[in-house]
Design a protein. Structure first.
Ligand code: ZN
Length: 241
């Protein structure tokens, strides 16, 4: 991965496999379309029940290569301590101003893992303050025009829109398999990390479930806090019958 100056899309995740699992198909698809996509992981995974920071760094790099992203970096916040603080906001603004993404992907704000919840809030604050001229951090002001929230695997959240990832789905699975420390010999730790049980099957199930909602094989769902504006009602892809 070579040094990059300006991104189209920056996906931000609390942990090293968050973006890959929850938005990997969209990341691959946008890359296929020629957009420059990068990933910012906030923690190194040193507190994870399985694997360690070095192993997880290699895994994250492997997955990034599979997905074709041009840049992946780590903010090195203490694992399990993603907190909405002035210092962490400054660290994130420095990255946003340096990479200049137009669109940010962030975890949906209402979910179980506190690190994910805090990441969503931290992203929102950093994106806002990054646009302020008199905020003296890193390079000059830059405000991404859009934050889109990728969804956890849970019920009850209605996506604002879906991305068809049918053609990218196999590559998404291949990327997730890079995180082998999270899958191998998992039974002994399963009581501590129940969410890792059958993770590939879960990805297949959720992306298939979302896909069925929009009549394609696999899809990822996103929430936009702003309404979606169309130019025409003639090009809507999901037909009523
Ligand atoms: Zn996570």
């Amino acid at each position: 991965m070579k040094e990059i100056t300006e991104l189209d899309i920056l996906a931000i995740g609390a942990h090293r496999d968050d973006c890959d699992i929850m938005a990997g198909g969209t990341i691959i698809k946008m890359n296929d379309m020629g957009y420059k996509v990068g990933i910012l992981d906030l923690t190194q995974g040193e507190m994870g029940t399985r694997g360690n920071a070095e192993i997880r760094e290699k895994e994250a790099f492997c997955s990034a290569c599979c997905m074709g992203v041009v840049h992946r970096e780590n903010l090195s916040l203490p694992d399990t301590r993603v907190e909405v603080t002035f210092e962490n906001r400054i660290k994130m603004i420095e990255v946003i101003r340096r990479l200049k993404p137009k669109v940010i992907l962030a975890p949906y704000w209402d979910q179980k893992h506190p690190d994910h919840v805090h990441t969503a809030e931290l992203v929102k604050e950093a994106v806002f303050y990054s646009g302020l001229k008199k905020y003296d951090v890193g390079e000059g002001p830059h405000r991404p025009r859009k934050i889109l929230y990728y969804l956890p695997f849970s019920y009850g959240i209605t996506p604002s829109f879906f991305m068809d990832i049918s053609e990218q789905f196999e590559r998404k699975l291949a990327a997730i398999k890079c995180f082998y420390s999270q899958f191998v010999d998992i039974q002994a730790d399963l009581h501590l990390t129940p969410y890792l049980d059958g993770i590939l099957e879960k990805v297949e199930y959720y992306n298939g479930y979302f896909g069925r909602a929009v009549k394609v094989k696999y899809a990822e769902g996103f929430v936009s806090t702003e309404p979606i504006l169309l130019d025409s009602i003639m090009d809507m892809k999901v037909h009523t019958f």
